[in-house]
Design a protein around this ligand. Sequence first.
Ligand code: SF4
Length: 242
Amino acid sequence: MAKTTITWADASWNVTTGCTKISAGCLHCYAAKLAKRLKTMGQVKYEDEFEVRCHPSVLNEPLELKKPSRIFVDSMSDLFHAGIPEEYIRRVFDVMERANWHQFLLLTKRSERLRELAPTLPWPANVWAGVTIESAAYLHRADDLRTVPAAVRFISAEPLLGPLTGLNLEGVHWVITGGESGSGFRKMEPAWAEEIRLKCEAAGAAFLFKQFSAVRPKSLGRKLFGKVYDGYPVTSGVRCDA
Ligand code: SF4
């Protein structure tokens, strides 16, 4: 389990590593770049760099972490990648179900496989399901997400590469958005993020604005048209950002 700099999580838990590019948001995949670095540093998990690999040796880590944490599952991979066996995904869910003092955030671009497997998986209240939608070409991922019986369904619209005018937020509890960072970043218009915020407001979904697009977005602050948006979903009447 590693601490994370991701705004909306406390720790990352990489039960698998490696992935393959699947859509426009993958162009500057930070995980692929980091895996290359970690390989040169001799980290065993990355000896095959960014090839898809399961790591059963880390499965019990959340059970050993007693402090309730918001845990991002697979910041260095995609749990619903075709290369991950179903049986292994079930083992991951079994641990999440037992470690019920944590919140687990699953985020995927493989929304079709998520939709296919979802009816066969347990969905304890502490497991949240999310899909990435970086541009209008991937709006269908929200339809797949709506079918998942998770207590919280969320969308990561990041890196936001275009307006999401047709986005339907029915059944969606939370949207995170932000621009791309790093050299060669693709520009996000703040108006695209504002449009999503207004949709969240109308739909009663929480909204979190993470960052602008820039080489180093932190220097630009987090105010979208003058205000910081740090929304988190509400579940069972209790805010989940305790
Ligand atoms: S799905 Fe995520 S981890 Fe996989 S290549 Fe794309 S950006 Fe990287």
